[in-house]
Design a protein around this ligand. Sequence first.
Ligand code: GLU
Length: 315
Amino acid sequence: MVDLSAVVAEIAAEMQAAPDRGVPAQYIPGLRDVDPARFGMAVIEMDGTCHLAGDADEAFSIQSISKVFALTLALGAVGDQLWTRVGREPSGTAFNSIVQLETEHGIPRNPFINAGAIVVSDVLLGRHEPREAIGEMLRFVRGLAGEEDIIVDRAVAAAEMETGHRNMALAHYMHAFGNLKNPVERVLGFYFHQCALAMSCRQLALAGRYLMARGVQPGATAGERGRSVVSPQRARRINAVMMTCGHYDGSGEFAFRVGLPGKSGVGGGILAIAPCKASIAVWSPGLNARGNSQLGTLALERLVQRTGWSVFDPG
Ligand code: GLU
């Protein structure tokens, strides 16, 4: 039997001492100014046992990890129709790439690259005001985590807005193809606010439990019944898209090294799911060349080596 608490503590200690920590995202102050020495990890098992290490309770900018929650809500809103407006193939290109949109007529490859997430935001916006859509997203993640103190970091959202020329280009381009229904400014206002959600590793791992548990968010106490968030099939499919597309053009490498569905964000966080075993969140702000957390990936690689967790070998 693996002593999970000891493993998590051991990995956190190794990561604290790691010399090569990558470089935090530089495009806005809210990300650039985060101390690269930070490292947090949270592992929550099926029975609710929670293992925390390092800065697991420190809130950070979840950025693209929010795309998992947005996809879940959009599938709930429009079902499989969503797939007529966004694909589910890995892109093999950077998170903010525009090149494929030309040849693929404004249909983004998947919901986890920026273009795809902007389409998902448009779907969620529907006929709502951006403020209402942000409120719905906040209620959703707070409900999943069972914690009310999850907030949107307004300074980060404002800075994203000011520097978001590439995202604006993506959005206008897709609008020209008829794949955005709402005005670009409103869609991006919502998109930037969801990226600016601030959560801790513990909160993220709590929020991801439905993907570990066949779509059911476990109850707060051992005896309490869980709440169905998505069907088991949908949970499997969201996990599949995380596995194939969750790390941009580094998705193959992540599957090779970690072998679990995972979604990264440029804030340095990663949510990873070991189906029917654990919901895991790691955070270290320094990124590798592909924009994924350098030590977050290494920590997950060590965790699966020591636990044997892999979707390719359910054990
Ligand atoms: N807000 C970032 C952007 O749209 C998110 C990117 C990411 O986390 O990968 O540029």
